[in-house]
Design a protein around this ligand. Sequence first.
Ligand SMILES: Nc1ncnc2c1ncn2[C@@H]1O[C@H](COP(=O)(O)OP(=O)(O)OP(=O)(O)O)[C@@H](O)[C@H]1O
Ligand SMILES: [Mg+2]
Length: 309
Amino acid sequence: MPVEMNLAAAEDPAIRTEGLSKRYGGKAALSDLTMTVPRGEVFGFLGPNGAGKTTAVKLLLGLTRPTAGEGLLLGEPLGDVEVRRRVGYLPELFRYQDWLSAEELLAAHGALLHLPAADCRREAEGALELVGLGQRRRDRVGTFSKGMQQRLGLAVALVGEPELIILDEPTSALDPVGRHDVREIIRKLKARGTTVFLNSHLLSEVELVCERVAVLDQGRVIAEGRLEELLAQTGARIEAAGVTDAMLRDLASFGAVTLRGSALEVEGIRRAQVPDLVAALCAAGARVYGVELRRATLEERFLGLLEAN
Ligand SMILES: Nc1ncnc2c1ncn2[C@@H]1O[C@H](COP(=O)(O)OP(=O)(O)OP(=O)(O)O)[C@@H](O)[C@H]1O
Ligand SMILES: [Mg+2]
């Protein structure tokens, strides 16, 4: 597939797509996906069930061909076979060979990457240790619990120190400890300079590890950006006594004001206005005990975006 994208010399992102689209029969699974994932970032790809996340991942990896559009993965056109050795992938639904032990399975994946036998063993041990399966490395995969299978899938994705790791719902089967472990693994990968592309609908997880996110709905990206920008401050909560109705009316210029007990909620106030609001309250005779700036959670933002779409 000819790729005629204008790649600025200084930029060499891990992933770049242009108008990537996939139709199954008459139905669009992914429409016009244009995105860039810089190297070394942890990127969250979010969306409700059926939004097109897995379809996008399959297109990136060349497991299915686009109906339209194109892209580059680590600088190579989508579908390039060689580049697959530099990419780790945890599929959404997977089943490994039950009869192999965990270390045999990982060594087999190392062999697929053409690693020397000694490196395969070392890589297998290191990856199993990292995902917390070191003690079970000689056990057969068929005897593993669901969460252990998912940890194993993550270990497979880690073999060979890939430059880019694509994880399709890596924590769906994991207990809270497992989820915490996966976050720690992602942080270690980032520290190593690895790019991580994370498909997820577990928003609280994404919030904790991703720097940049794209939100997909019905095959289309409806929001994209740095997490801190998407979750900009939305208001303030002020703990105060002696707030009267007359004060509330005077404060309306700062934002939508509501009083619940001693908590004054001001929606839409900007950070720079907060000291003025506190000064106005004090001047009017109220007593202020605390001020807390409020940010939307990713879940609130996500639901708002889907509703508006
Ligand atoms: N092989 C296929 N044949 C036909 N339709 C498909 C195929 N794969 C995916 N689709 C459709 O494409 C759409 C997007 O599916 P996809 O698996 O990409 O969603 P997803 O965002 O990964 O969802 P989930 O969160 O449930 O994993 C869905 O409507 C799905 O039914
Ligand atoms: Mg999916």
